[in-house]
Ligand binder design. Structure first.
Ligand code: NAD
Length: 343
């Protein structure tokens, strides 16, 4: 059993904890919070020992009926590996703690590549993560881009990628973030950070990205255009998507053309937290003409990196040498089959 600690039990951390707890070869030995809130009560309900970043707040937790198992340092000592899911840029400040304890740790996409020196995506570079002490799982958008670009590149060779990211303004629970009535260019300059971030996983790819933020909480939408070395056909692209364990195809028959309907479908399917762990590529948007390929894909920002974290843990702990076997085990434990198998 791999003993996993989750430092930062928020949007990503709570999902990673549940995904880890579902695996046969892993165990959650603790999660950490900074203050007693609803998520802390969820941790208690799930039976995850609760550790706190600041022990001076112990009384506040206990007054709220939340037993404190110890400090974040105590939690890290008890773990084989730490998933750092604290907010962006906070994670890097925890590195000395993991280093001093000689523990393995993985960070999220809010940190720079340099924090770990290795950026991870299960489908692209699992083998290179085997045995590593430090890994960074790339962001939700980069995960979605890497998965599909890598498949198209292996099959047809990618000459160049243009991707436009229409990003959600905030996660559903983030009441203080916006915008509530604007389309914000984020950044105004081109390229956005997503293109360079893809290169941290797939350094040989030529890519230009642009990004904006819109008033929605549900998902991101990517408009992607690629030029390929070999001519590309729609049927072969659909075949690739159908064979990949984390590429979803929204079939024409589902009649879905928005993130809202997609999330409704995920809720109706009974997915935990209505999470969509796969890229959601709209079948009807796939356009292939000679060496040009275009499509839309929706990315559930809270979910796609969760399954990647589980595979990263397995690779770093050398629990499984083969990417496909790890991905299959992760998916099976979550009863996750890509969305095209459900309609
Ligand atoms: P979040 O704010 O929802 O959760 C962070 C948690 O960490 C909170 O529970 C907070 O209380 C806790 N925390 C804060 N400081 C801490 C500290 N010093 N020690 C221990 N815990 C601390 O954040 P999130 O959205 O889950 O993001 C976490 C990371 O995942 C970031 O790097 C982010 O960029 C990345 N990420 C987020 C998303 C997303 O859409 N939310 C998607 C992919 C990657």
């Amino acid at each position: 059993m791999i003993k996993v600690a989750i430092n930062g039990y928020g949007t990503i951390g709570k999902r990673v904890a549940d995904a880890v707890a579902a695996q046969k070869d892993m165990k959650v030995i603790g999660v950490s919070k900074t203050r007693p809130n609803a998520e802390a009560f969820v941790a208690k309900q799930r039976g995850y020992p609760l550790y706190i970043a600041d022990l001076s707040k112990k009384a506040a937790f206990e007054k709220a009926g939340l037993k404190v198992a110890g400090s974040v340092e105590d939690m890290c000592k008890a773990a084989d590996i730490i998933v750092d899911a604290t907010p962006g840029d906070v994670g890097a400040t925890n590195k000395p703690l993991y280093e001093n304890l000689g523990k393995k740790a993985l960070w999220q996409g809010g940190e720079d590549h340099e924090v770990a020196g290795f950026s991870f995506n299960s489908s692209c570079n699992y083998k290179d993560a085997i045995g590593r002490q430090f890994v960074r799982v790339v962001s939700c958008n980069t995960t979605g881009l890497c998965r599909i670009i890598n498949e198209i590149d292996k099959e047809f060779g990618v000459t160049h990628v243009h991707a436009i990211m229409v990003r959600r303004g905030s996660d559903p629970g983030e009441i203080k973030k916006g915008p509530i009535d604007a389309i914000v260019l984020d950044p105004v300059t081109v390229p956005s950070h997503h293109g360079p971030d893809v290169l941290s996983v797939l350094p040989h790819i030529s890519i230009t990205t642009m990004a904006m933020i819109v008033p929605t909480t549900m998902m991101h939408m990517h408009a992607i255009q690629m030029t390929t070395k070999k001519p590309v056909t729609r049927d072969r692209v659909i075949g690739l998507i159908n064979r990949h364990p984390r590429l979803g195809l929204i079939k024409k028959t589902a009649g879905l053309k928005s993130t809202a309907e997609l999330k409704e479908f995920a809720m109706d399917l009974g997915r935990q937290r209505s999470d969509l762990w796969e890229n959601c590529i709209f079948e009807d948007s796939i356009y292939a003409n000679g060496n040009e390929l275009c499509f839309f894909q929706a990315i559930h920002q809270e979910a796609d990196v969760v399954v990647e974290n589980v595979d990263a843990i397995r690779a770093m702990m050398a629990g499984e040498k083969d990417a496909a076997t790890s991905i299959a085990a992760t998916n099976a434990a979550l009863h996750f089959t890509t969305i095209q198998n459900n309609h």
